[in-house]
Design a protein around this ligand. Structure first.
Ligand code: CTP
Length: 403
């Protein structure tokens, strides 16, 4: 049920706009109060009167009412809403959202929104698969936008492929999931490491890796949505955390990450080590820029501390402890070795040989290797969905600890 929930629905100019009428119906029937914003192009597809009638509220399309000058405040609208759903979201509006363009009331409200924003992309298959659109979606995802994935099928152009707006029932389910996620991890405090570390060579150079932190942040969001309190010890990343139950503890080096984790882990019910920690660090960091004095240069590296191995030693019988293994060769053998040597309850294996898996992608393909069940393979899916599989495994591990 969505009783008392305030939902702002933004409708941009695509033929799927007619389906938004069904979405309004589903939302209002479930008890939500809905207010609608339309772009000029959307009005070419469906009359505002349709939405005004269905919601019982006036539809906002302009910054002010031309008849009496009444100002439609985008700030007030976004403060009013618990969730802002933009469905359909055209390629053009998605591009504008990704770049902070605010040239109509609907987009201005996106830019000033304090509430979460969910978008339902709808466009032709070539526009959808275009690198520009995919990058814009990726940008929005990394800023915490929720995305009701486009479906495959017949498109308005007569072509068939991916780009159809998710069906109103599917968007409704996503909205419901957002508000009514079962608080199955309420009362649990979980430490997560994410992102790369940077090991300083001199004031202008460091050693790092390709990790973006997307997977760790997706896990943090999912666990927080299930009610857990999250301590997210994060290396330098571009992604941001959105759920208020997530506390980000920014660190730079492996040593800083180690210190934070060792101090925090005993206060937690579990930990997930998703950071790509540098295994080596320069023996000494130069305080001034190293000059090019000869043709060759030797950098002496020493090992960093293995954070996971240390927490594995500190772990008590009630704590759930999980790690990652990113491998290129002998994947399963290496993952099983790390499961044992770091005392994990389960390890999430991703192979760099799998297309779409690993650093930087929005997707991942994992195998979860647990002491309980052995290896279970999952399909290639978005990191947000992989995070759900990992969260399910965390819940299962907690249930085993308490029997
Ligand atoms: N890990 C860690 N601290 C380190 C190195 C790794 O906490 N100094 C954690 C990672 O976050 C991950 C797991 O250990 O959960 C495995 O990391 P990985 O880099 O795959 O393994 P390594 O132990 O570094 O072994 P190798 O580099 O030889 O594969």
């Amino acid at each position: 049920m969505l009783t008392g929930k305030k939902i702002l629905l933004g409708i941009t100019g695509g033929i799927a706009a007619y389906k938004s009428a069904y979405l309004v119906r589903l939302l209002t029937k479930a008890g939500a109060e809905v207010r609608v914003l339309m772009s000029d192009a959307a009005k070419q597809f469906v009359q505002p009167l349709t939405f005004a009638t269905l919601t019982g509220n006036p539809v906002f399309t302009e910054f002010f009412n031309p008849e009496n000058g009444e100002w439609h405040s985008h700030v007030k609208l976004s403060l009013w809403a618990d969730l802002y759903v933009v469905a359909p979201a055209t390629a053009n509006s998605i591009a504008k959202m990704a770049h902070g363009i605010a040239d109509n009331l609907l987009l201005t409200t996106c830019l000033s929104a304090r509430c979460p924003i969910m978008i339902a992309p709808a466009m032709d298959l070539d526009m959808y698969s275009n690198v520009a659109t995919q990058q814009n979606l990726s940008t929005l995802r990394s800023r915490g936008f929720l995305i009701a994935e486009a479906g495959e099928g017949l498109l308005a152009s007569g072509l068939s492929g991916k780009g159809r707006m998710a069906e109103p029932e599917e968007i409704f389910t996503e909205v419901n999931n957002y508000f009514n996620a079962a608080q199955t991890l309420s009362g649990r405090k979980i430490l997560i490491t994410a992102g790369p570390t940077r090991e300083k060579i001199d004031p202008v150079r460091f050693i790092t890796n390709y990790s973006t932190g997307k997977m760790g942040y997706a896990i943090a969001e999912e666990l927080a949505q299930r009610g857990a309190e999250i301590l997210l010890v994060s290396g330098p990343v571009q992604v941001t955390a959105h759920n208020q139950r997530i506390t980000v503890i920014p660190v730079t080096t492996a040593e800083e990450m180690y210190r934070q984790c060792v101090a925090l882990f005993p206060t937690c019910d579990g930990a997930i080590m998703s950071a790509a920690v540098a295994d080596f660090t320069p023996e000494t960091a130069s305080s001034s820029k190293i000059k090019k004095t000869s043709d060759e240069m030797t950098l002496r590296l020493v090992p960093t501390k293995d954070i996971a191995a240390e927490l594995g030693k500190l772990k008590n019988a009630n704590q759930v402890f999980a790690g990652f293994a990113l491998e290129t060769d002998d994947e399963m053998q290496n993952a099983k070795k790390k499961l044992q040597s770091k005392n994990f309850d389960f390890i999430v294996l991703n192979s760099l040989k799998d297309k779409g898996a690993g650093f930087g992608y929005d997707t991942n393909k994992v195998t979860i290797v647990s002491r309980q069940k052995g290896a279970v393979d999952y399909e290639l899916k978005s990191k947000a969905l992989v995070a759900k599989d990992i969260a399910d495994q965390i819940e299962e591990e907690f249930s085993q600890k308490t029997v």
